[in-house]
Design a protein around this ligand. Structure first.
Ligand code: C5P
Length: 290
C-alpha cells in the first residue's frame, strides 16, 4: 500500500508565552496559520516490521528519532495494528529548524496518511491526541487552517480564516534552538506581548490590515543572536509594502504579509539576492477533519 500527501508549513501570526508549567513546558497562546509551502510525503506499508525514513537531507535521522517515524509508531501503538514495515519518503521543501513546523507537519501528515490507508476513521480529536505525543505543534498540523493554539499547543480553537493574501517567508542562515530560547524566557519579565484578543477580533472581521498590525512574537525579544538580520529582512519587506512582518515560531524565519502579489514578488526578488531560502506562499484553509 502506498499513499502520497502534502505536509503544509505553519506560520505564527502571534506567539505569546503565558506561564511556565510544573512539568517544565510552557503554556502558550499562538495564532497559527497553514501556508502553501509544503513537504511531499510518500508512505508505503508492506507486511513485515520496522519504520524507516528517507530524505535527500543526509543530516535528518532515518530511524525512530525522526518525527515522521515517531508519528507512525504512535499510530501503530494507538490502533494496536501490527505486522507492517513502513517506509516514509520525505521530499523536504520546508526549511528545517526554521520555526515553520516542518517536522511537526510531516508527523501530522503521516498520521493522516496512516488513518486513510488502514481505514481506521480516527476523529480529529484522536489524531490530535496521538500527535501531542509526537510534538507540541503536531496537533495544529493535523487539520491546519487558522487556529488559536493554547496549553502546550493541544488546545485548539478554530478561527475565522485569514483573508487570502501572499505570505513571503525568508529564513536567515542560522538556526535557533527551541529549548534554549524557552530557557531565556522569564515569563514575569515579558515586557511586550501580542494583542491576541485584538488579533482574533480582526480575523473575525476579515480585517487583514488589523491582523497584520497586531502580529507579534515574544521570542524576538530574547534572541541570543541574529536580531539585526531579522530586522533587516523585515525592513526589506516593509520597503516593498508588506502590511505586517513577524518572526515565526522559535525562528529564525521571518514572514511578511502582502495584499498585493506584485509587491510580494518584488520583495521576494530583493531578498533572494541575500538569502537562499525565500518562499512566496499563500494561505491554506483547514483540511476539514471532524
Ligand atoms: O514538543 P516539542 O518537541 O516541539 O518541544 C521542544 C522543546 O521546547 C521542549 O523540550 C521544551 O523544552 C520546549 N517547549 C516548552 N513549552 C512548549 C513547547 C515546547 O517549553 N509549550
Amino acid at each position: 500500500m502506498t499513499e502520497t500527501a502534502l505536509a503544509y508549513a505553519k506560520v505564527n501570526l502571534s506567539l505569546d508565552i503565558v506561564s511556565k508549567m510544573p512539568d517544565g513546558y510552557h503554556s502558550m497562546q499562538m495564532v497559527m496559520q497553514s501556508v502553501s509551502l509544503a513537504d511531499e510525503i510518500t508512505l508505503t506499508c508492506e507486511k513485515g516490521e520496522g519504520i524507516r525514513v528517507k530524505s535527500e537531507l543526509s543530516f535528518l535521522p532515518g530511524d525512530a528519532r525522526n518525527i515522521a517515524a515517531k508519528a507512525a509508531l504512535a499510530f501503530f501503538n494507538y490502533t494496536a495494528i501490527t505486522g507492517y514495515r513502513t517506509h516514509i519518503e520525505l521530499v523536504k521543501k520546508i526549511p528545517v529548524c526554521a520555526g515553520l513546523g516542518g517536522g511537526s507537519s510531516d508527523g501530522a501528515c503521516v498520521l493522516r496518511i496512516l488513518d486513510k490507508m488502514f481505514k481506521t476513521a480516527l476523529t480529529r480529536a484522536e489524531l490530535e491526541k496521538i500527535g501531542m505525543e509526537v510534538g507540541s505543534d503536531v496537533p495544529f498540523c493535523i487539520d491546519g487552517g487558522t487556529s488559536l493554539a493554547e496549553g502546550r499547543g493541544e488546545i485548539l480553537t478554530n478561527l475565522t480564516p485569514l483573508p487570502e493574501c501572499f505570505i513571503l517567508i525568508c529564513k536567515p542562515p542560522f538556526s535557533c534552538s527551541t529549548p534554549a530560547l524557552f530557557k531565556r524566557i522569564n515569563v514575569d519579565k515579558i515586557k511586550a506581548r501580542p494583542d491576541t484578543p485584538g488579533l482574533i477580533k480582526a480575523l473575525s472581521r476579515s480585517d487583514l490590515t488589523g491582523v497584520a498590525r497586531r502580529m507579534y512574537n515574544v521570542f524576538e525579544d530574547v534572541l541570543p543572536r541574529g536580531g539585526r538580520e531579522i530586522d533587516e529582512i523585515k525592513g526589506v519587506m516593509q520597503d516593498k509594502n508588506a502590511i505586517g512582518t513577524v518572526m515565526t515560531g522559535s525562528g529564525p524565519s521571518v514572514i511578511g504579509l502582502f495584499e498585493n502579489g506584485d509587491a510580494a514578488q518584488e520583495a521576494y526578488i530583493q531578498l533572494r539576492k541575500s538569502y537562499k531560502e525565500c518562499f512566496l506562499s499563500r494561505t491554506v484553509e483547514r483540511l476539514g477533519y471532524k
